[in-house]
Design a protein around this ligand. Sequence first.
Ligand code: HEM
Length: 151
Amino acid sequence: GAFTEKQEALVSGSFEAFKQNIPHLSILFYTSILEKAPAAKGLFSFLKDSDGVPHDNPKLKAHAEKVFELTRDSAAQLRAKGEVVLPDAISKHLGSVHAEKGVTDPQFVVVKEALLKTIKEAVGDKWSEELSAAWGIAYDELAAAIKKAMS
Ligand code: HEM
């Protein structure tokens, strides 16, 4: 079915909650990724040489913010036109970065689970299945666009 205005509002509202607390939430996000996919550590320039997940690393915070922001943008696109279309330059760039790193389908699932867990922490008692499902749909569509650009 179509992505609704309500779903978009749930995603954009909780993105704002995420933005309020990026230092804490970005660490939770990467900790959760590495718990399920320890091998992913070596892929990230800002993780590979550190013991655990570094606190106060600007690159780590910027990257986490980008992933959540692009997912929020995807929710807006899904509501407005029913699909996620990345601008050409961004599509090429994200396709080549992830292809070069050899990112796999199971890793995309791990990142999705980490994102949903992080949003749950961000919104506290405002969390609902509907909220989580809306993020999940937006992420899946974005991931599909990146995977297409990788191939
Ligand atoms: C880099 C977004 C999924 C691993 C990036 C960059 C963005 C991004 C914006 C920065 C590109 C640049 O250098 O300018 C996303 C989005 C994803 C996603 C929106 C899902 C929808 C994944 C997954 C993995 C991954 C599943 C693997 C676990 C990486 C790595 C880099 C990167 C290793 C390079 C980071 C560095 O060392 O600086 N991603 N990504 N990404 N991504 Fe993703």
